[in-house]
Every structure is written in structure tokens, then in C-alpha cells.
Design a protein around this ligand. Sequence first.
Ligand code: ARG
Length: 403
Amino acid sequence: MEKVVLAFSGGMGTLAALHVLRRRYGRDNVITYTANLGQKSSTEGLCERAMQLGAAYTHIADLRERFVDDFVWPAFRAGAVCDSGYMLAHALARPLIVSELVRVAREEGATMIAHGCAGKSNDQVRFEVSAAALAPELQVLSPLRTQGLLRRDELITYCKKHRLPTKQVRDSRFSITENLYGSSVQWDKAPDAFEPVPEDVFRQTRSLAETPDTPAELLISFKEGIPCALDGDPLGGVELIERLREVAAEHGVGRLSTMEDRLIGIKMVEVYEQPAATILHMALRALERLVLSPELAAFKRVIARRYADLAYEGFWFSELRQALDAFVGNACQFLTGDVRITLLKSTCRVSGVRSRYGLYRQGLAAPTTEGDEFAHQGLQGYMDTISQPLKLRQSGDSRRRAR
Ligand code: ARG
């Protein structure tokens, strides 16, 4: 019998997927893989649960560091943010999980990998596209799709019928998926887009009313576009994000309620909490404004948008993404410096920026004679030259149209 490796988070979809697979392929042939990506709800006990439900083997791994170093930071320094404001926390985790499933499948001699993604999710697309890119020889299964468990109620009925131990069955207005870099809400009913988001949806960040009256001042240091220290303490990525997430959450920073275009062609109300990501993107943007030439900054924004789309659409393992990374690495070579951030009452703003590679010179910007280093004498010729085409258009011949 052939073996299958299932991505197993312990969420309702993955419980049902495990159950379906075990019935189809038998107890000895289903292997589960659980990733710790820094979700606050712990991964403890998940291996035991998978075994009870019929997995032959279970794997669990702490992927936080790889997640940050190999997925979050490359996308971050590219400036990858979706048009909706989504900073891609989940989209960036999928390719990592798939690469792990492929590794385990090869080690265990499995011929299939599987996911428990919902029928309207973007994650199913990312999962299957990533798998195709990494291991075309493996078959990718979507047990929920083949079993007709496409909607939430069908899933709940299935879980109840087979007595699968899921907590979402009881609390059923929404469920939350999170990792180190951000969290997102899945609703049980499509919300009215005109209604404000209920307060209890937010689990990480405080509401405006509960935020402190005194601001928090942060100093974030970057090396070549990657955050490397907080308030002067050099930190690895995981710890830096965790610490930033705490302060940001306390000050109510990082909530986002937005309209998203799903990959399957529908619009969806999405609610995210991305406290650390929100601050970091704002800080990097400030550093870019100081350091980059306007041409490079503008082109980097074009790349950022394309990069975000690629990550969102599941094309992480594509040659285009690799090529964009090469551009981004080069564009970030001078993005080393410090940014001051002030958090207050659900807002964050930049309160200072410095870099030894900055292109800002007080001597050039000086508004008075004292200390002015600007070369005013060249200006007249510059004006004449750049206005030349406009002058020509206004004069005689060049206004007459050909008949
Ligand atoms: N809409 C978001 C995205 O496309 C949220 C994904 C949430 N993932 C999950 N497994 N619940 O990335």
C-alpha cells in the first residue's frame, strides 16, 4: 500500500482529512507532519492526537527560525504587501510546510502528500502549486475535496458523525489561524461588509480603549534591509518578531479588516492581526526614503507589488521569485540603519531615521545662507534644458497638425 504524508495542524479540516485518509489508505500508511510556526495555541499533544486518530507516524518540527530567515525576511525586505494590506503571514508559511512534507515523503518512501485546506481557501492553491514545483513525482491529495467536505457545515457534520475531537464545533462563529508573523480569521458565516468587525475577533492586539495613554518608543535597526536589533539589543528574527509583537499588541497596532480577492475568483472580507509586520514595514519604508535614490525606490515598489502577488498566488518556488530576490538583495545593500518608531493609541509612526548611507544632507537642504552647500549656479541651464520640448510644442510649426 502507498503511503501519504498529511500536513496536520490539529484544526478541524486536518482532523477530518486524517480520518478520511486513514479509512482509505489504512492505519499504517498515513504519516502526519505538524509545524510549529510560532502560533500561540501550542502544538503540544498534537502528535498524540494524530496517533489516536490513526496516524502511523507523526512528525513535529520547530520551523520558526527557517520560517523567518528563509520566507518572512526575503518577502519583507522586498516590501511585499498585498494591495489589501495583507502582509502574507500565511501565504509565506505554506511553501515551507510543503517543502517539509516533500522531505518527509522522500525519507519515508511515501508517494503522496495531503492537506486539509478548505474548499474556498487560497492555501489549497499554494499547497498544490508549491508541491508541483518541488516534487512533481508526488501525488497531491485534497481529501476534503474528494470526500465532498467543501463547506464548513459539511465538515462539522462529518467531525460530529465520526466523533473527531474538534473545539471549533462548539464555538462556531469564527476560528483563528495564527503564526509568529500574523493571524487571520475564518468566519462561519460570510460577514456583512458594512458591519464593523466584532471586537472579540481580535485576540492579539488590544482595543483602542484599552491601550496605554503613554506612547512606546522603539528603535529598530536594520542590516541590508533585514531587522537585526530592537532598542539596541541584537536579536535573531524569531525573538525580534516576538518582542515587537508584544509591544505592538499592547498598543493596539496591527489590526486590519479588508476586502480580499481570493485566488478562486471571489471577494472575501478578511480580518488580520499583523502587529510586528505592520511596524517593520513602516520602518523599512522610512529607511528606504532616506537611503534609496528616487528611481530605485520607485522601481523597488513595482517589484514589491509583483513579489507580493507571487507569494499570495503560491508561486514562491518559481524562477521569477528567485530573480526578484536577486534584484531585492542588490537594492537592499545600503539599507542599514536605525528607525525610531512611536506607538500610541493604535497608531504607529516614524519619529526618526538615520543611516550612514543616507542621501539626506543638512548642508544641501539648508534653507538659509549659513552652511548652504547646494550648487545654485547650475540651475538656470537645468531649467532651460528640461523645458525645451514644452517650448517647442507651443511654438509655430510644431503646433500645426498634418492634414
Ligand atoms: N486569506 C488569507 C490568505 O490567503 C488567510 C489564510 C488563512 N490560512 C488558514 N489556514 N486559515 O493567506
